[in-house]
Design a protein around this ligand. Sequence first.
Ligand code: KG4
Ligand code: ZN
Length: 415
Amino acid sequence: MHILAIETSCDETAVSLVDCSGDPWKGGVNFNVLSNIVLSQAKLHAEYGGVYPSLAKREHAENLIPVLKKALELSSLESGIRNQESGIDTQKLEKILQREPELLKQFLEFIPTIEKPAIDKIVVTRGPGLEPALWVGINFAKALGEVWNIPVSGINHMEGHVFSALLQKRRDLPQLTTYNLQPTTFPALALLISGGHTELVLMKDWLKYEIVGETKDDAVGEAFDKVARMLGLGYPGGPEIARQAAQFQDKPSLKLPRPMLDSGDFNFSFSGLKTAVLYEIKKNNKFQPEADPPSRPEADQPQAGAETSKIIQEFAHEFQEAATDVLVSKTVKAAREYGAKTILVGGGVSANQRIRDALTEQTTNNLPPTTKLLLSPLELTGDNALMIAVAGYLRAALNKECREEIAAHGTLRLA
Ligand code: KG4
Ligand code: ZN
């Protein structure tokens, strides 16, 4: 089954075409990635220190057609130039895309010129995310579904992050990019850590979710971004903090709090940690962040810059340690409490190597040896449309009515 997936919930315009097959109840589910394009707007949002929703909406509207074009070209699903009348109902499209005039213009210039590609199903992120950004993707999906007469369904973005942790790249097919779904035993516990969310989700079975812990204020990725800004580092802050932290080799003298570490529940709080950083920065009279510190080579920096760099590294290190301690400790406690057989970890912040290492170490040391820790492949931690395609296929394939069809054909042909 060929799925076209669209993701525009935040500041990435992402489109993926995936050939999906197999039965999740029996195993052997494969996702052959025909194309997977992620166009990041991060540089544009950097000057605002975070994502600016109306700018994100405008960029998605301008970029969706070029990104789809590229995805089709790479996928071999393109069926060539159309040489007869398309018969497209322009009025219907004008209605669907009335809020996105730029997208409508590009849509009408491109879509009627190509033959309908061999796509069986369109899926699109329906939330959570930035409302104006989400709508561009949703309306785009609806418009494509209308023109090509292909069913469209909405997918929860967080479910995409959950499933990305279940994917494993197949090394036996080097000429293709194929992921298979790793065998999963329930109950499973998912730690979802991104710019908008920090959640512990209990899965008693496929598609059965219960949030057992979440942040009471900022998401952990948001805290990484805000602390990076306080330290004069760039956006997105997570990778910058990780880079600075890795350079700190001394014994730390700074000690930041581990909020809610012993709260007795599985909730988190990162706003206090962020404020503690601000307080410590103000107390530190040697700290003078530069406007653009990472752009200058270390050797060219004046003495005061070198001292400030060291302080930045220590702040980054201790902040990362504090965030890691609470995330890992609560995950291990929740896994024990709910008897989790599998722990899934996904979302942009799960790219952090310190967090990945600490999770690996702590689950090995503190949980039964049968507990399986599955970390999202690094290239799929951030927002992407492949994870939306995976959720789209699994949602359909796990539906009992579709099972007979999979049993007969090895794949789902109908949506
Ligand atoms: O999942 P994602 O791409 O978008 C949302 O759905 O929010 O997550 C983005 C977040 C940003 O806050 C970014 O700073 C953070 O993930 N991030 C990291 C790292 N790479 C990205 N945080 C910590 N360490 C990293 N290496
Ligand atoms: Zn995300």
